[in-house]
Design a protein around this ligand. Structure first.
Ligand code: SF4
Length: 73
């Protein structure tokens, strides 16, 4: 599977996803499944920043141990 390096953006918040850094710990999908969903409906990306308010997303992103997901300043 090719490595993905992508930025998702919503409401002024940008989250970078770098698949090569992911350890598959599942902190994000268990902690905030309304945003991080490995089985999204078709045409919806696995990270959907509309699923929670900005502060909650930032808090969850900061819980990623490898920085595979990170907030872009
Ligand atoms: S929290 Fe980070 S390392 Fe863990 S599954 Fe999510 S993106 Fe991957």
């Amino acid at each position: 599977m090719p490595n993905v390096d992508k930025i998702y953006e919503h409401d002024g918040l940008k989250v970078r996803w770098q698949s090569a850094l992911c350890s598959h710990c599942e902190n994000c999908v268990t902690g905030l499944p309304s945003v991080f969903n490995l089985k999204p409906p078709k045409s919806t990306p696995w990270i959907d920043l509309r699923g929670a308010d900005k502060e909650r997303v930032i808090a969850q992103v900061s819980d990623c141990p490898t920085q595979a997901i990170s907030v872009v300043k």
